[in-house]
Design a protein around this ligand. Structure first.
Ligand SMILES: Cc1ncc(COP(=O)(O)O)c(C=O)c1O
Length: 367
């Protein structure tokens, strides 16, 4: 029997009664755009994250755009970020006509190397955008200290890390603005596209709310050039049904990760989670030198795996204009050749965890 990577079908079966009831309520009311479920979800997200403001929106990508719009990022501004992330991180910066400035990552956490940031700051730098890759926040204290010293803003791309913590606070409650994605396969996913922006800054919150509805201050009065960036009410209804189960899911993902690490860390490089942090375990990502062989063998055993990400952003065709080359960010380049994400979800039972680790160990030792 094939193992499921994210297990979204089983998850739906578990919460079906709540999800169906919530969706049916929206259908009965036909309040599809900015219905009360959207506002109810935002209050629930504030409660969960501790952030003063949670503003839902149409995707994790749009959440990043809304954050930069609120900060009035201008063409030519520079934003420092990591090249080892999903395209949306740097794409959103480029969409603002700002310039992504890449800084290499730490070998153990795959997150931006905070020690390298200061050397890349220029008089055009406006913000630092760390990504909480695979679910673990970056070195946020150091990043915030650098930002404070140079009068920069911090935007945390928490698309993969909803519910993760750094020094006991969720990463949605840190930085000047933090964002997340509710893409279905994300740790907390809806059933389509969705995202949220978090901030403790009242002015930013006010602006983001206007920006997501075409910069509208009141009906048909447009203060800013904004976007159509709202979360559908049906998606809010799905998330409202799923959120109460999420703390248990996080605990279950943590348990799966711990089992993997306990068994695998003798034979390969298991993920490293720093002591002052917790991961939402969007991915459990190992590092192996014979990745293609291992991936093929696991596939033969019905175990799906994914490579997040095979090409670092500085080597992507769309970013050729930034003039980076192979060798610019060696740690990211090395990671892109070795990383392999194995099945991770809250519904992986002990039997399947053992089957996966056994298949990995067999493949590694039968070379
Ligand atoms: C790090 C990161 N940033 C941004 C995004 C964009 O989120 P969305 O797909 O909801 O637009 C993703 C989604 O995969 C992501 O992984």
């Amino acid at each position: 029997m094939d193992i499921d990577f994210a297990n979204l079908q089983l998850q739906y079966q578990k919460y079906k009664a709540d999800i169906d009831t919530n969706i049916q309520a929206v259908l009965n009311k036909s309040n599809y755009i900015m219905g009360e479920e959207v506002h109810e979800l935002e209050r629930a997200l504030e409660g969960f994250t501790g952030a003063k403001h949670a503003i839902t929106c149409s995707s994790g990508t749009d959440a990043l755009l809304l954050a930069m719009m609120a900060m009035d990022i201008q063409p030519g501004d520079e934003i420092i970020t990591t090249p080892f992330t999903f395209i949306a991180t740097a794409e959103s910066i480029a969409l603002m006509k700002a310039k992504p400035v890449f800084v290499d990552i730490e070998l153990d956490t795959f997150n931006i190397d905070a020690n390298l940031i200061e050397a890349s700051i220029t008089d055009k730098t406006k913000a630092i955008m760390p990504v909480s890759l695979y679910g673990q926040p970056a070195e946020l204290d150091t990043i915030q200290a650098i930002a404070d010293k140079h009068n920069l803003k911090v935007i945390i791309d928490g698309a993969q890390s909803f519910g993760s913590t750094y020094n006991g606070k969720t990463d949605s409650n840190l930085g000047d603005i933090s964002t997340t994605s509710f893409f279905p396969a994300k740790p907390l996913g809806c059933y389509g596209d969705g995202g949220a922006v978090f901030t403790n800054n009242d002015e930013y919150a006010k602006t983001i709310k206007m920006m997501r509805v075409h910069g509208q201050s009141k009906r048909y009065h447009h203060k800013y050039i904004g976007m159509g960036g709202r979360l559908d009410t049906i998606q809010a209804a799905v998330l409202l049904a799923k959120l109460p189960y999420y703390p248990q899911e996080l605990a279950d993902r943590q348990q799966v990760a711990q089992r993997y690490t306990d068994i695998l860390s003798d034979s390969l490089q298991a993920p490293v989670i720093k002591l002052n942090r917790s991961s939402a375990w969007a991915q459990y990502t190992i590092r192996v030198s014979n990745r293609d062989v291992l991936q093929a063998k696991l596939k033969d055993n019905g175990i799906p795996t994914t490579v997040y990400y095979p090409i670092p952003l500085h080597l992507q065709e769309c970013f050729r204009f930034l003039d980076y080359k192979y060798g610019s960010f060696p740690v990211s380049e090395e990671a892109s050749k070795k990383v392999l994400s194995i099945p991770m979800n809250a519904f992986l039972n002990e039997k399947n965890v053992l089957l996966i680790v056994k298949s990995i160990n067999t493949a590694l030792y039968s070379r």
